[in-house]
Design a protein around this ligand. Structure first.
Ligand code: NAD
Length: 274
């Protein structure tokens, strides 16, 4: 298909727009994932802690699209940090997904108070060497956490998946990513839905004859960011994917940039999150 992809520093590539399944109930997940794939999505973002990896695997199989044409991300939860426990957690995720490899495996949070993310990273490096993971990355790492990975292992993650939306644009961290060839992936790209009624966003949507969600997703794509908006509703799953036929002009972009707010974080602060 002709949807945009982002080249990763390890030679692989990732569809720029995917479906997130946080808070998608396990019983609905297979249907939601199958619907998304039928709509054209080729990238699904789950995590061990979401409790729906089995549904993700089932939805992929039900879709009839070849496994190798779908990019699957899952994440290692905090309680499994450490070398041996990370390997065991990965086995568990693979079994639930019913797959023989995942495309991208992420450390979900640095959990710096445990001080285990470097050992955990070494386990991910080994999983990649074994071919059970195509690409390895992290989530919610700040510049210091990333720095320790480079210094202590010499291996940079290909992606850092972080909170990023018009209210919290992460310019500083994105500059660090560029320097180290780390792709930026946005979680809660729509601000968990809270930004969709913002007057600046609704005005830009009206001007472009698009919906607020489409405007924000387009903004991420225009920034070269990978993004994974979540919905369980077929109509919104389609709406959020119907973003490849327009771009925002400079004036639209400036207005969205002006929404940035240092206090705009919705989720936990990575340094103090458990
Ligand atoms: P989001 O910004 O994608 O917002 C999702 C919510 O917005 C939906 O529940 C719905 O209420 C609303 N919505 C979506 N599409 C809409 C539309 N077209 N019209 C109207 N309302 C719409 O929030 P999210 O789920 O927090 O983030 C997306 C994904 O990011 C998650 O599903 C998960 O995969 C990932 N994530 C990762 C982390 C992490 O720590 N790595 C944290 C949070 C989320």
């Amino acid at each position: 298909s002709d949807q945009p992809t982002i080249a990763l520093s390890d030679g692989t590539s990732i569809p720029q727009l995917g479906l997130g399944v946080w808070q998608t109930p396990e019983a609905e997940t297979a249907d939601v994932v199958r619907t998304a794939i039928e709509t054209g999505y080729r990238h699904i973002d789950t995590a061990a802690i979401y409790g729906n990896e089995a549904g993700v695997g089932e939805g992929i199989r039900q879709s009839g699209i070849a496994r190798d044409d779908i990019f699957v991300t899952t994440k290692l939860w905090n309680d499994a940090q450490g070398y041996d426990s990370a390997r065991a957690a990965f086995d568990e995720s693979l079994k639930k997904l019913g797959l023989d490899h995942v495309d991208l495996y992420l450390i979900h949070w640095p959990a710096p108070r445990k001080d285990l993310y470097v050992d955990t990273w070494k386990a991910l490096i080994r999983l990649k060497e074994e071919g059970r993971v195509r690409s390895i990355g992290v989530s919610n790492f700040n510049a210091d956490h990333l720095g320790r990975l480079f210094e202590e292992t010499g291996v940079a993650p290909v992606i850092n998946q972080v909170e990023l939306h018009p209210r919290f644009q992460q310019a500083g961290l994105r500059a660090v990513h560029v320097e180290h060839k780390i792709a930026t992936e946005a979680w809660s790209p729509l601000g968990q839905g809270t930004l969709l009624s913002h007057p600046v966003i609704t005005a830009i949507a009206e001007k472009n004859a698009k919906t607020p969600a489409q405007v924000i997703i387009r903004w991420h794509l225009d920034n070269g960011v990978i993004t994974i908006p979540k919905s369980v509703r077929p109509s919104r799953i389609l709406e959020n994917f119907s973003v490849f036929d327009f771009t925002l002009d400079l004036d639209d972009r400036r207005k969205i940039e002006a929404l940035d707010d240092r206090e705009g974080r919705i989720g936990p602060e990575p340094e103090t999150a458990p």
